[in-house]
Design a protein around this ligand. Structure first.
Ligand code: FAD
Ligand code: NAD
Length: 405
């Protein structure tokens, strides 16, 4: 009897989990051995991390047990941290042993990109995973608590700088705009003492997004006391705050107790250290999502780089694309096992909705602009749909967002 092929999936984010649940559906009974390796025994919704970081949602609410959504008969789950990927030797080293494979799927997700800017990796916080998000929440609370008890009132403790006005920065600001008044009440702090400043390098907020929607978002956030410094890149971070560039040889220092860096992402450093060629830790994948030169290795989600031929620019790394890639990879592995041809991955982009706190949002959905409560409702439905695709109605009932206003 021939040995069953073994499929190793690294990472239980959107891409990894969608690959596994779809493999479970498409593979015939006993067609392969599936192993899923993830750092934690839980998956976390990366798309909700800004809420956990601001403290408008508990970090426990953002995550759920992986074993709840996979079929333990068909898939073996291993909680371990991947330390090295050796695609030449076809083995993966983890902190709890070595794993070999016939087919490998790498879905280790994103890390914050600091572009080598001095001090950022040391002094800025990044909304990179669920533990980092909880740390940000606790750091902000600590700053507020210390200000209110310290006889020497250093108001810069109450200044929060958010680097980057991309979707992550804006969604985080939307949550902070609602959270700051709550924190002021909790710690007896006058609201006017608190400054939340978003620093963006590009000449506009949400560069490239619809200008009318951008104006709506900025108006909404400014009305809640958020300040913007646009066209002023952060050039350095220190323990006291950040230095921003305001023009040729003109700089300003913003003293701040909290600096959150939300100015872009890169792929996994573990993948970057492997033999596969990558750019900012992302692999420019073949049309069927395989790694060039390694026909038994697929890359899913934020570790994959794909060029949109219409714009000649990379597709943005999103959960939407990661989930769709997971479906294609499952079908392609099934095809390879059966000796059939693989299919090309074609993203089916439905739009983008950016939340501005729990009750407002902006977006373009199926080509139509949406704002306000309608957009916010759509955002929650998108979140619920993602849960449904991984864990069905049961997961939606357990973790879904039903606080529709
Ligand atoms: P991830 O979701 O990052 O999952 C990676 C998994 O790998 C994690 O479980 C991690 O623990 C695990 N892992 C990492 N390293 C190791 C290791 N060494 N060993 C073992 N396991 C490891 N996209 C959208 O489409 N819509 C949105 O509304 C949206 N909102 C966002 C909001 C925020 C605040 C952020 C930060 C991102 C948002 N995104 C959104 C982008 C989206 O979250 C990512 O594109 C998506 O998470 C990528 O999925 P992934 O499976 O590649 O990786
Ligand atoms: P991003 O790359 O989309 O935005 C980063 C922002 O930081 C840019 O506006 C950039 O100009 C700015 N920046 C870069 N260097 C800077 C500097 N030195 N100083 C100040 N600003 C600087 O990254 P992101 O917002 O982290 O998003 C990552 C990915 O996740 C994207 O693909 C995004 O589409 C996706 N995402 C989607 C949603 C959503 O759909 N609702 C929400 C969050 C994130």
């Amino acid at each position: 009897m021939l040995k069953r092929p073994s499929i190793l999936v690294l990472g239980a984010g959107y891409g990894g989990l969608m690959t596994v649940v779809n493999l479970q559906k498409v593979l015939g009974t006993d067609a392969a051995d599936i192993t899923l390796i993830n750092k934690n025994e839980y998956h976390y919704e990366s798309t909700w991390l800004h809420e956990a970081a601001a403290g408008t949602m508990l970090s426990e609410e953002v995550r759920y047990d992986i074993k709840e959504v996979i079929d333990s008969v068909k898939t073996k789950f291993v909680q371990a941290t991947v330390e090295e990927i050796d695609v030449v030797g076809k083995r993966v080293l983890t902190d709890s042993g070595e794993y070999t494979y016939d087919y490998l799927v790498i879905g280790l997700g994103f890390e914050g990109e600091t572009f080598g800017i001095e001090g950022l990796d040391k002094y800025a916080l990044s909304i990179a995973n669920v533990k980092a998000a909880r740390y940000i929440r606790e750091h902000i609370e600590y700053q507020f608590a210390t200000w209110s008890t310290d006889p020497v009132k250093d108001d810069s403790r109450l200044t929060i700088v958010v680097g980057g006005a991309g979707f992550t920065g804006i969604e985080f600001l939307g949550e902070l705009a609602n959270r700051v008044p709550e924190l002021c009440k909790e710690f007896d702090i006058p609201r006017e003492k608190v400054r939340v400043i978003c620093v963006e390098a590009a000449p506009m907020v949400l560069p490239g997004f619809d200008p009318e929607l951008v104006n709506y978002a900025v108006g909404h956030l400014e009305a809640k006391g958020i300040e913007f410094s646009i066209g002023t890149p952060v050039v350095e971070a220190t323990p006291e705050g950040v230095k921003i560039k305001k023009g040729d040889d003109q700089f300003e220092f913003i003293k701040a107790g909290t600096v959150v860096w939300a100015a872009g992402v890169r792929g996994s450093s573990v993948l970057e250290a492997s033999q596969i060629e990558s750019m900012r830790a992302r692999v420019k994948v073949e049309k069927d999502l395989r790694a060039p030169g390694f026909p038994d290795v697929f890359i899913v989600g934020d570790c994959a780089l794909m060029i949109n031929e219409e714009t000649n620019r990379p597709y943005p790394p999103t959960a939407q694309i990661a989930m769709q890639q997971g479906e294609t990879i499952a079908k392609n592995i099934n095809a390879l096992i059966k000796g059939e041809d693989t299919a090309e991955f074609v993203p089916d982009l439905k739009g983008t909705v950016c939340s501005l706190g729990e009750d407002d949002a902006i977006g373009v959905v199926f080509g139509k602009k949406v704002t306000g409560k309608r957009a916010s409702f759509m955002k929650k439905m998108i979140d619920n749909r993602a849960l449904f695709m991984v864990g069905g109605a049961k997961l939606v009932m357990k973790k879904g967002k039903f606080n529709v206003l």
